[in-house]
Design a protein around this ligand. Structure first.
Ligand SMILES: *Cc1c(COP(=O)(O)O)cnc(C)c1O
Length: 423
């Protein structure tokens, strides 16, 4: 299944079509609900497509609720942990190290506070000045309430944060390093193993947000030595809008850490309804309240095709499509005022590519209004293109860049347009 990796990239639309015919993942496109007369979708890193299996899976859960009523929780509780173990397989984590819970934002808060409580007396927290806003805001709030110093490391927004830069900022006063594995704008990636080695050398803990990594870029959390991680399930994991997030805590740390939301689902003997909080021994202590079982059914349907294919095969295809995108952007869009806003070193790129253009917003709107391509705008001037491997074809990449080039060459792209809230 690694047939993609070595062949030369398509040089023509016919080459792209031939590549798709030989694609070992071609059949998986049929596992998603896709209107083939609709626009090309390169925004699966904002919201993954809907699997065919999702509606039946949610229907099954509705039937269980109807017939089993409260008795359903017996099986539902087990399923909660089973789906966590399935996500763990996508992350190089062990069973019992991942659980589905809350939102990414809430999980980031829970794990950051747990980490800081485990490093008392240290006053510094390191983050990335170009990180996804929720990560920066959560850290800002925690540091403000505890009197800690948050240091967001400045870096080139296209090239991204470098693990060496983090290493240089570390000392014995740093409690926590909290960054993203793959940057949400540029798609730049970090060497998590090197990052963790440096942080641990200074005695700090590492929390990574893998929202743009899980299901796209392979990681081995165990080998890299990552302490804590969070991520969402509605991007590459296809769990649906607002699907619950996941969190990871390295097993050796679980009993040492306490998270700040002392809810009954994290309690050791939940149904004793005892007078005081006494956290469960394993990953369950990082739960808060009742899990969202209807949404979990959709999460399971979303990750099933990824588990079947495996991250290495997905990554082979992702790298090829990203490389094709980058080359076509060079060939077709750079002469029209676009420039690459992703790392210049292809080995530091994740599963999406960013390009900057003065009229990026108008270009995105024109592509959408004309029913051609759905891409993502990130202010002030970035277009994100995500050729999600499980359902995107080489010809989609080819055609999308042709459409983008046509729009960039169209005088209409220079007309001012009202901003929309969701882009
Ligand atoms: C998408 C994303 C989130 C989303 O957080 P929610 O709480 O689910 O809204 C968080 N972090 C990163 C890095 C993201 O890309």
């Amino acid at each position: 299944m690694t047939a993609f990796a070595t062949a030369p990239l398509p040089r023509s639309r016919d080459d792209a079509l031939a590549e798709d015919l030989a694609d070992p993942l071609a059949a998986y496109r049929g596992a998603f609900r896709i209107d083939e007369s609709g626009p090309i979708y390169l925004d699966g890193n904002s919201l993954g497509r809907q699997p065919e299996a999702t509606a039946p899976a949610v229907g099954d859960l509705l039937a269980e609720w109807e017939h089993e009523l409260i008795g359903g929780w017996q099986g539902w509780e087990q399923r909660l942990f089973a789906v966590g173990d399935e996500v763990a397989r996508l992350l190089g984590a062990r069973p019992g190290e991942v659980v589905i819970s809350d939102s990414t934002t809430v999980n980031c808060y829970k794990l950051a506070v747990a980490a800081l409580d485990a490093r008392p007396g240290r006053a510094r927290v390191l983050g990335d000045a170009n990180d996804f806003p929720t990560v920066r805001y959560v850290l800002e709030g925690i540091c403000a309430s505890r009197g800690l110093r948050l240091e967001l490391l400045e870096n080139d927004p296209g090239e991204g944060l470098d693990e060496a830069q983090v290493a240089a900022a570390l000392d014995e006063d740093v409690a926590l390093v909290c960054v993203s594995g793959t940057n949400y704008r540029s798609g730049s990636t970090l060497d998590l193993g090197a990052l963790c080695a440096a942080a641990h050398g200074a005695g700090a803990l590492v929390l990574v947000d893998l929202s743009h990594t899980a299901g796209s870029v392979p990681v081995d959390l165990e080998r890299a030595g990552v302490d804590l991680a969070v991520g969402c399930t509605y991007k590459y994991l296809n769990g649906g809008p607002g699907a619950p997030a996941w969190l990871y805590v390295r097993s050796a740390l679980q009993t040492q850490l306490r998270q700040p939301i002392w809810g009954w689902w994290g309690q050791k003997d939940q149904f004793a309804m005892g007078p005081h909080y006494d956290p469960a021994p394993g990953i369950a202590r990082f739960l808060t309240g009742s899990p969202t079982m209807l949404a979990l059914a959709a999460v399971r349907a979303g990750i099933a095709p990824l588990l079947e294919v495996g991250m290495d095969t997905l990554w082979d295809k992702t790298r090829r499509l990203v490389a094709l995108l980058a080359r076509r952007v060079e060939e077709r869009c750079v002469g029209l005022g676009a420039r690459l806003a992703s790392p210049s070193d292809p080995t530091r790129r994740g599963g999406h590519l960013a390009i900057a253009h003065e009229h990026a917003f108008s270009a995105c709107r024109l592509l959408a209004e004309r029913g051609l391509v759905i891409v993502d705008f990130r202010g002030p001037d970035v277009i994100r293109l995500a050729p999600v491997a499980i359902s995107t074809r080489a010809v989609d990449v080819w055609d999308a860049i042709e459409h983008l080039a046509a729009v960039l060459a169209d005088p209409a792209v220079r007309e001012a347009r009202p901003r929309t809230r969701f882009t």
